[in-house]
Each structure stands twice: as C-alpha cells, then as structure tokens.
Design a protein around this ligand. Structure first.
Ligand code: FE2
Length: 207
C-alpha cells in the first residue's frame, strides 16, 4: 500500500494525455478500493475479536484509521472526477493531497505491524486455532466482497507451477504470504479474464 502511494506521488506529473489521466485515475481508484477493503476487514473481524479479549488492544489502530480517512476519501473522490473528466487533472494538486494524509497513513501502517505481530497476537489469542478461524473468516469475506474486476487483478499473483509472481509487486520476496491462500482458479481468472473489464483504461492498447 505504501509503495503504491509513493508511486502515485512520484508519477503524479507523468500523465499528459486524457487517456493517460484516465488510466492513472483508474490505477489510483483500484488502490483506494483495495485499501478501504483492507481496513474494513480489520475493523469488521480482527479488531473486534481482539478488543473483546483484550480491551484497548486495537483502540489506537481504529483511531489512526479515522485520522487519515478525510484526506484519503478526498483523493478518492478527486480521482473519481478525473476518470470522468480527465481535463481537470492537476499533478500538483494530487501531490498536495497525498502530502496531507500520507504521513498519517504511513505512520499507521508502520505502527500497526507491531500490534498484529505474531508475538502480540499470541498474547491476545492464547489458543492459536481461534486466531486462525478469525483470519479464515476475514479472508473468506475479503475474497467474497472484493471486486473481481479491479481489486483482484490489482493484487493477485501469477502462479505457474512453483513460480509465483505478484502481478503488481516489484519485489516478489516481500510479497504477502496470505496471497498463497487464494485458490488457483481465482488467480487464473484475475490474470487472464477479469482484467479485461478494465482494459479500456490501459494506455498500451491506445498507443
Ligand atoms: Fe489498519
């Protein structure tokens, strides 16, 4: 998530044609959708269960979610407009928007790691199976409610025999382990079928 946000900031002045601006907007909106979904899953499944067991254990995480939400949704609604009316695109504005909520957002993602580290979760879930069940329920919800034509192609990996590659991930060795739990058929469809629904945003097909 941080890498994608950095990429959006770094590439903000690159789109110049309307097609490029639309394509960029679609990329940003996929990121927004995936990021929303990630935090929603935490707040729906993992955090309430942690709070029930150890009150206050996830309080700071929820507060941090709220802290970056205004800036985050402002960027999301701006790019929804850009996708419809690419002429309004302004790279300076995008960089300023990211600079408004980016530090809070990255601080949250950095600090959250400790709270959901294996050591901390082991204290909250003394019975490992309970954590595993909670995680499986959350993952099933994520797979069921994620958009198959945007989030899936954006995040899933390509699996060919024993070789796995995250489609949008530049460093395969640091890719999240849980993607391995996604059924191969979903991976295949994401890679070869679902992305076609958004191919109109590709700048490659339009030269
Ligand atoms: Fe979070």
């Amino acid at each position: 998530m941080i890498r994608a946000l950095n990429a959006i900031h770094a590439q903000a002045h690159v789109p110049s044609t309307n097609q490029e601006k639309k394509s960029f907007a679609n990329y940003v909106l996929c990121w927004c959708e995936y990021t929303h979904h990630h935090h929603e899953g935490e707040e729906k499944f993992l955090f309430p269960e942690c709070e029930k067991r150890v009150p206050g254990s996830m309080h700071e995480n929820v507060e941090q979610h709220k802290a970056f939400m205004d800036g985050f949704t402002a960027m999301e609604s701006y790019f929804s407009q850009v996708r419809l009316t690419p002429e309004i695109y302004d790279g300076n504005k995008v960089q300023k928007m990211i600079e408004t909520f980016g530090p809070t957002f990255t601080k949250h993602l950095t600090e959250e790691i400790e709270t959901i580290s294996p050591a901390n979760l082991a204290k909250i879930f003394p019975v490992e199976k309970d954590l595993e069940n909670n995680f499986k329920t959350m993952l099933a919800w994520v797979v069921k409610t994620s958009s198959k034509t945007t989030s899936f192609p954006w995040v899933t990996f390509l699996k060919t025999g024993l070789i796995k590659k995250i489609i949008t991930h530049h460093d395969q060795t640091t890719a999240p382990w849980f993607l391995d739990m996604i059924p191969s058929i979903v991976v295949f469809l994401s890679r070869h079928v679902f992305y076609w629904f958004n191919k109109r945003y590709s700048i490659i097909q339009h030269g």
